[in-house]
Every structure is written in C-alpha cells, then in structure tokens.
Design a protein around this ligand. Structure first.
Ligand code: BV8
Length: 249
C-alpha cells in the first residue's frame, strides 16, 4: 500500500476539534458478505434496477419487488459488521465533530456502534405504510407474507429510497452541511455514480477538505481525491484510522 497517504494525513494538523466525515457505499459491506450493486458479482449484473428499485416497479408488481428485498434481507440478517465498520466507530470516538454518511441500507454501521450517522437511501428492515406513511422496523426473515400489509389493510413498502425518489430531506441536508464543514472526508467503497450522494465529496473538496478515497478500483471520485488508497476497506481502513489517531493532537 503506497505510503504517501500517511504523508498526506500527517500534513493536516488534525485535532480532536477537526470535523471528520465518512461517505460509504456498498463496498464497505462487501467483506461482510453483502453483495454490492455494480461489481463483478453485483446485484445489477443479475437484476435490472429499473425493474426492482423504482416506484413504478413496485406499483406494477409489489410481490416481485418484495421477493427481491426479502431475499436481500435474508442475506443481510446472517451477516456481521467487518473491521471496516468497526474502524469507522473507532474514528467517531476520536473527533468531537463527526458524521458518517452512508448510502448503504444494510444497517451494519448501526450494529457496529456508529452513533452519528445518516442513512441517505433508507434501511432495508424498515417498512412504510403506503397509505398512512408510518414507518416501523420489521425484522421478519423471511417475511410472514409477501407483499406485507399494514394493520390498516394497505400495502407496506420497503423504507428505501428508490431511483427517481427524493432522499429524506433531513438526511441529505445534514450530509451536505457536514460535507461543506469537513476538514477531512474519507470516501470508502462507493462507485460514486449515484446522485446526490456522489456530489458530497465535491462539496467537501470545494470547501477545502482533504479527501481520502479507499477503493480497490478507480471511480469518478478518484480524480478529485487528494489521496486514493487502492485496497479493501476491511484491510485498509483500520490502518488509516490508526494513522489518523497518531496524527491527531
Ligand atoms: C433523486 C435503493 C431526485 C435500492 C439506491 C432520472 C430521474 C430521476 C433521477 C435521476 C435520473 N437520472 C439520474 C438520476 C439521479 C439518480 C442517479 O443518480 N442515477 C444514477 C444511477 C445515474 N438518483 C436518484 O434517483 C436519487 N433520487 O435524484 O431524486 C428527486 C428530487 C426531488 C423529488 C423527486 C426526485 C435516488 C438515489 C437512490 C437510489 N437508490 N438504492 C436499494 O438499495 O435497494 S442506489 C444504489 O446505488 C444503492 O442504494 C447504493 O447505495 C447506491 C450507490 O452504489 P454503491 O454503494 O456505490 O455500490 P456499487 O456497487 O455501485 O459500488 C461498490 C464500490 O465498492 C465499487 O466502487 C467497488 O470497487 C467498491 N468495493 C468493492 N469491494 C470493496 C470495495 N471498496 C472497498 N472495499 C471492498 N472490499
């Protein structure tokens, strides 16, 4: 692993008061055994997102969409956070001002103990009544019925942000504000192709943050990153956090 990322971090004059943000994508959960979307064995290799992850798909065939989510919920329920998730929780404990911004819906960051986080695209064990708009947690694996219904009789939908749907306003505004205030942003395991999440490193960079990317492959974020560390999050992130701690006064 090239050592220049250490030199980059050493030059930052980090203190406990520095504002540190982390943006994660599916790659941070890959070593937990949760499929990514666009990788070689990614979900979108087998399925078409427009067939499953849009309001139109759900309206057309709620049972089909729920079968896909039920299958994913089953996979995720049997998985554990990996060293990358725990490294982010360690990082949170170093800085007074910290925000984890995740695109992931698997809940593994919560299970790893990260407290200050926004889930931009929702939570796969959350369900929402299409009539009342109420949301609740449903941990059934497998689901008792497909598609599930609310006590009021209406359909329940996954509490997930589909393509073409607005992100939860509070979450995206908080993420944008934190990105603009960042001294350091780590971008871990995202292909950087889905908006508005992919615009957050741009906001951070424009505001003068040091952007460090961790990904085995290059992404559209790589050109703007100050340093890119080619590697798996579970291997690299613990080392990066140890280095950050050593450089923080
Ligand atoms: C919005 C839910 C506007 C499903 C997801 C036309 C109409 C409307 C909008 C658009 C449009 N055209 C474009 C858009 C915008 C659109 C968009 O960005 N499309 C892209 C594809 C072009 N965005 C939206 O639609 C968003 N909404 O714009 O609304 C609006 C405003 C007001 C009012 C109404 C509407 C909604 C975006 C959210 C979509 N939902 N998921 C589900 O999850 O079930 S997005 C989906 O992709 C996932 O949720 C995921 O979070 C997201 C990003 O993927 P990644 O996390 O990056 O994962 P990926 O597999 O791609 O990459 C993994 C990376 O990890 C790779 O780089 C790999 O190298 C790396 N990796 C692998 N292993 C490891 C690793 N890294 C480290 N360690 C490892 N071990």
């Amino acid at each position: 692993m090239p050592q220049d990322w250490r030199a980059g971090l050493a030059g930052l004059d980090l203190s406990r008061d520095s504002y540190v943000t982390v943006l994660t994508g599916a790659g941070v959960s890959a070593e937990s055994g949760v499929p990514t979307f666009r990788g070689e064995d990614g979900l979108w290799k087998t399925y078409r997102p427009e067939d499953l992850a849009t309001p139109q798909a759900f309206a057309a065939d709620p049972a089909l969409v729920w079968e896909w989510y039920d299958w994913r919920r089953g996979i995720i329920a049997g998985r554990e956070p990996n060293p990358a998730h725990y490294a982010i929780t360690d990082l949170e404990n170093i800085f007074e001002r910290f925000l984890l911004i995740t695109q992931n819906v698997d809940g593994l960051h919560r299970r790893a103990g990260t407290r200050n986080l926004v889930e931009l695209h929702g939570y796969i064990f959350g369900v929402r009544c299409v009539a009342e708009g109420t949301t609740m947690e449903n941990l059934e694996v497998p689901l008792a019925s497909i598609p599930p219904h609310c006590d009021c009789g209406a359909l329940l939908r996954p509490d997930i942000v589909w393509f073409g749907e607005a992100l939860p306003e509070g979450a995206i505004l908080k993420a944008m504000e934190a990105s603009r205030a960042s001294d350091l942003m780590l971008v871990v395991g995202t292909s950087g192709v889905v908006y508005p999440a992919a615009s957050l490193p741009v906001l951070a960079k424009e505001a003068g943050a040091f952007v460090l990317e961790i990904n085995p492959d290059p992404t559209p974020i790589t050109p703007l990153a100050d340093v890119t560390v080619r590697g798996k999050a579970g291997d690299v992130l613990p080392e990066v956090v140890v280095a950050i701690r050593s450089f923080t006064s």
